[in-house]
Design a protein around this ligand. Structure first.
Ligand SMILES: [Zn+2]
Length: 131
């Protein structure tokens, strides 16, 4: 398989999402503190603090979700770099070397496409290929 976009594994991508959320939460809270000093608005500060807390909570949920996904993920040995990597769905990418991976023999040799992990989109793709 060859990939065409987003050269990173799904678990890695979700993890960077969660990390981004934590940074966003910190920035939002920091802005809240600045507003408290600049505008002396406790209401605005409260809103920003609440938003920041929500972003933190969301990132914890995402981290928890990664944990759940990792348990469901299949550990495979990458044929390219020989490292063990976890893959999700029919098609994923090696977390170590970004080699596209598949467990489905029918996808072997095809161009990597995220859509193979979506039932409806995958059916559409396969229909197109048959034509
Ligand atoms: Zn690899």
């Amino acid at each position: 398989m060859k990939w065409n976009k987003n050269p990173t594994s799904k678990i890695n991508r979700i993890r960077s999402w969660a990390l981004g959320l934590i940074f966003a939460a910190m920035i939002v809270m920091y802005l809240g503190v600045i507003l408290l000093y600049m505008a002396h608005s406790k209401i605005l500060f409260g809103i920003f603090l609440l938003l920041g807390t929500l972003a933190f909570l969301l990132s914890f949920v995402v981290y928890f979700w990664i944990g759940m996904l990792s348990m469901r993920a299949v550990t495979v040995q990458c044929p390219n770099c020989n490292h063990y990597t976890k893959m999700l769905g029919r098609a994923d990418i090696c977390a170590n070397c970004n080699e596209p991976l598949t467990l489905d023999p029918s996808l072997e040799g095809k161009e990597f496409n995220e859509d193979y992990n979506n039932k409806r989109k995958s059916a559409e793709l396969e229909k197109k290929e048959e034509r």
